[in-house]
Write a protein that binds this ligand. Structure first.
Ligand code: M6R
Length: 614
């Protein structure tokens, strides 16, 4: 969501803070701000700007403000519009301390009322400003700074990571973390602070991830770490390797396009990695081989695209490993009745490993002492640290907000895991396991080749035509239904075209009323003959109402293609991998529509890459 970046050390910090914010811009880009202590007299200096980081960086370039202790922020608005006033940093009444924050202070309303009654004057609509004013009040009412801070962190409810700098404490940066991520990069006589280590990977590979419910006092060359009761905590420093090559577009017009093209390779890397850990897979997942053999049910949680991957994977676990599988949206899971079942496994699927809803679901299951595993793309993520076990997809860093290669590698990893579970349970042989790996590679090949087959037609003819439609309908059946949901999400997210998805069989129960020649219907086929015949029937229902149909079909599905106004045909693959085979072309098509519409594809309006608020 929002990103926070900070620096304390022996160098001027403005350049680093801006660079760090630039790398974390995927987390939010509604407004941005910077504050530092003036090296001459420790006065708090700051600048804020509405809109993208470029606006702030232009203003900062023309300004002389800089210092050896500074903080910065890019915002994804939760409380209040994306205005300059609501941009971080926020301040106390005297403008002696400033705060940048990621998360949500849930009791902000009540605290604001108390503070206003006590005479504090607010300048923004944000929950963050409460932190600055409450800290100001507590500094007056407590004898020591540390006592004030302990009371502050315990008075705030919700999930938050914030960094504060103060005129009266010019050699210290204050960091607080509860549920939202925050880490410190340890340099030589300097410390880098950020929501994501990506902000400082070029500076140091020594990282301290703040534990949940902790605060740190950070100076040039030392860190004090405490829990929320004030008890000192050990400093555990990790050495981390991060590939920042992902930050080059390599000749592509957008990161999204580059990432679409990286999928075949990412899938093959994911399979190679899984083959390598095959023999120790259960210890990786934090369960025993016996537990896997006896496994009676699986429950998967995720959000957005990861939830779609999980919905597709449900078919893998039930068809291949014969294991009943439930899939829940993480944001709903925690607030539903929970019936713990023995011999079950809870899988969290998340590209970032930081999504707050999914992370909270993991914590909820952890508290009940049931086994959790994270299927994620980020080795250093909170989900990896907090789950009992993990499976890493090898997508490489995904920069575009719209998930592409993370989705296809999740599908590959979950397909592999379903087969591996089936092998452990004695349902399939090692030879079948090997074949399933081959099937994945074949589907990855089709994913890439189909883009090549159709790319010129899409660019030269279809993108312009389909960009003119204002609304669309997406249909699928069985495993192609969650895939159709993913296609609809992709189109909405990057093109802002309204897209509604239904299971094709549901059409006649209401949505058929929406069909007209102005609303293209995208139909995703299935290789199973029975399901295919049902999909054909559903498509006929659309055509009979003068609907405009675009089909994604498999070789030999002529009847379906003849019904279509536009069709894309894919070679046949393992039927469970049909969605994976269609993934590349689907993404490429919606990408070209969004490009035609001139959308900011990598950073669509109102969205952020990593959603660390509930
Ligand atoms: O990092 P996660 O996979 O947990 O993120 C979940 C969703 O926020 C994410 O998939 C989102 O839906 C994508 N922007 C879709 O392209």
């Amino acid at each position: 969501m929002c990103s926070v970046v900070g620096y304390i050390g022996n160098r001027y910090c403005k350049k680093f803070v801006l660079e760090g914010l630039r790398r974390l811009e995927y987390r939010g880009y509604d407004s941005a701000g910077f504050a530092c202590l003036n090296p001459e007299d420790n006065r708090l200096l700051y600048l804020k700007a509405e809109g993208k980081l470029d606006n702030l960086s232009d203003e900062l370039e023309n300004s002389s403000i800089d210092g050896f202790l500074g903080i910065g922020h890019t915002r994804w608005a939760t409380h209040g519009l994306s205005t300059e006033q609501n941009a971080h940093p926020h301040f106390d009444c005297q403008k002696k301390l400033s705060v940048v924050h990621n998360g949500i202070v849930e009791n902000h309303h009540e605290l604001r009322q108390q503070l206003v009654q006590a005479g504090h004057v607010f300048h923004s609509e944000t929950d963050t400003e409460i932190i600055a004013h409450l800290f100001e009040a507590l500094l007056i009412s407590h004898k020591t700074f540390k006592a004030a801070l302990i009371e502050l962190v315990n008075r705030l409810e919700g999930a938050f990571a914030f960094v504060s700098i103060m005129q009266d404490l010019p050699d210290t940066m204050i960091l607080v973390r509860k549920r939202s991520p925050l880490c410190i990069g340890i340099g030589d006589g300097q410390m880098f602070v950020a929501s994501d280590l990506l902000a400082f990977v070029k500076k140091t590979n020594k990282v301290l991830f703040l534990p949940d419910k902790s605060f740190a006092l950070v100076r040039n060359d030392m860190i004090e770490l405490y829990d929320f009761s004030g008890k000192a905590l050990p400093i555990v420093i990790q050495e981390i390797d991060v590939d920042i090559d992902a930050h080059e577009k390599k000749g592509h017009s957008h990161y999204m396009l580059k990432e679409i093209y990286e999928q075949k390779n990412a899938i093959s890397e994911t399979i190679d990695f899984l083959k390598k850990i095959d023999s120790q897979i259960w210890s990786h997942l934090g369960i025993s081989s016996e537990y896997a053999k006896e496994l009676e049910s699986i429950s998967i949680v995720g959000c957005g695209t990861s939830w779609h991957a999980a919905r597709i994977a449900q078919f893998f676990f039930e068809t291949i490993a014969l294991t009943p599988t439930k899939v829940n949206l993480a944001s709903e899971f925690r607030y539903m009745n929970f019936f713990p079942s023995k011999n079950s496994l809870y899988i969290a699927v998340s590209q970032s490993g930081e999504t707050a809803d999914t992370l909270e679901a993991v914590r909820f299951v952890n508290d009940i002492k049931l086994p959790t595993i994270a299927v994620t793309n980020v080795a250093s993520s909170s989900m990896v640290r907090e789950s009992d076990g993990f499976l890493l997809t090898q997508a490489g860093q995904e920069i575009a907000v719209a998930s592409t290669k993370a989705f296809s590698t999740q599908i590959a990893a979950l397909f592999w895991l379903a087969n591996r579970l089936a092998l452990e349970k004695g349902i399939i042989t090692r030879k079948q396991m090997d074949l399933s790996q081959e099937d994945l590679l074949v589907a990855a090949e089709v994913l890439e080749n189909s883009i090549e087959n159709y790319k010129f037609d899409i660019i030269q003819r279809h993108a312009k035509k389909y960009a003119a439609y204002k609304k669309t309908i997406f249909l699928g059946r069985n495993i192609s239904y969650p895939f159709a949901m993913e296609a609809a999400l992709k189109l909405k997210e990057i093109s802002y075209v309204f897209a509604q998805c239904y299971p094709a069989g549901e059409l006649k129960h209401g949505p058929l009323a929406l069909i007209d020649s102005e609303t293209p219907v995208f139909v995703f086929s299935h290789q199973d003959p029975l399901l295919y015949s049902k999909i054909v029937a559903n498509t006929q229902e659309v055509k009979a109402r003068d609907g405009h149909v675009v089909v994604f079909a498999f070789e030999g599905q002529d009847e379906l293609c003849e019904l279509a106004d536009l069709s894309f045909v894919f070679p046949r693959v393992n039927p469970l991998l049909g969605p994976l085979a269609m993934t590349g072309l689907m993404q490429f098509f919606v990408y070209q529509i969004a490009k035609e519409l001139g959308r900011p594809i990598d950073k669509p309006r109102n969205l952020a890459k990593s959603v660390t608020v509930e």
